[in-house]
Design a protein around this ligand. Structure first.
Ligand code: ADP
Ligand code: MG
Length: 251
């Protein structure tokens, strides 16, 4: 079976005044359908550039990108937008939710743009919010939710169009470790269900939850390892530890 993502000799050149920046210098990558892959690498190594190409937000300067078997390397902007809307959900570090709008309405938005009718929209948004554990928070506005909950709303919004691929660029960059685990639990579940999740992170603690870790350096992939993912689910129900007064002791 063909991979969902197939990058061949992908190059990306940015022109900065008179200087060419070679952000990607010949990347080969296959990602199969389903599962959870982390992309690591230091700042400037080309992670976002690669994610933008994988996400059909930008085109490579050279090379071939096949998404779900279709060569999308040379599509124009409007064709890319169609592929993107049908196939890909995005999750960002800064959540990108509309602040004066309920969780429910935020999640409905992509369906509104896609012309889905009112009742269907409401049902699908509710279902997506229930999936991320926010069934009781649908009417809350982002300011009434924790960072982790806001990011779960953003994941529900990414999922509501039933994408085959979810791309997340530093999705836990603004979250504490407990909230990070909540997000990782959801990504692991989605991966197990056959959705492909690709996540950019510079934190090894976050990459530990993925089944595969790809490392970039200077616009190239320099390492690609499979691993046993750290289970996020078991960690989820544990409450934060009680504050202990170390001086008084318990003996
Ligand atoms: P990362 O996400 O790993 O930090 P990026 O993909 O953002 O790396 O950047 C890779 C290289 O490409 C860097 O040298 C960066 O400065 C350059 N770059 C990224 N985007 C642009 C752009 N729009 N114009 C010019 N140079 C860019
Ligand atoms: Mg980046």
């Amino acid at each position: 079976m063909a991979a969902l993502i197939e990058l061949r000799k992908i190059e990306k050149m940015y022109r900065m005044g008179d200087v060419d920046v070679r952000a990607l210098r010949g990347v080969d990558l296959d990602v199969e359908e389903g599962g959870f892959v982390a992309i690591m690498g230091s700042s400037g190594s080309g992670k976002s550039t690669m994610m933008n190409i994988i996400g059909c937000l930008d085109r490579p300067t050279a090379g071939t990108y096949r998404l779900a078997g279709r060569d999308v390397s040379n599509l124009d902007k409007s064709e890319l937008a169609i592929v993107r809307n049908r196939t890909i959900g995005f999750v960002f570090q800064s959540f990108n939710l509309l602040s004066r709008t309920s969780a429910q309405e935020n999640v409905e938005l992509p369906l509104l743009y896609a012309g889905v009718s009112g009742r269907d929209r409401t049902q699908r948004a509710r279902h997506a919010l229930e999936r991320v554990g926010l069934g009781s928070r649908m009417d809350h506005h982002p300011s009434q939710l924790s960072g982790g909950q806001q990011q779960r709303v953003a994941i529900a919004r990414a999922m509501v169009s039933q994408p085959r691929l979810i791309l997340a660029d530093e999705p836990t960059g603004n979250l504490d470790s407990r909230m990070t685990v909540e997000i990782m639990a959801i990504f692991q579940e989605l991966g197990a269900e056959g959705i492909t999740v690709a996540l950019v992170t510079h934190e090894p603690d976050v990459a530990a939850f993925a089944a595969r870790v790809v490392v970039m350096r200077d616009g190239l992939l320099v390492s690609d390892e499979r691993q046993v993912p750290k289970p996020a689910k078991q960690v989820l129900p544990i409450e934060p530890p009680l504050a202990v007064d170390g001086a008084s002791g318990t003996a």
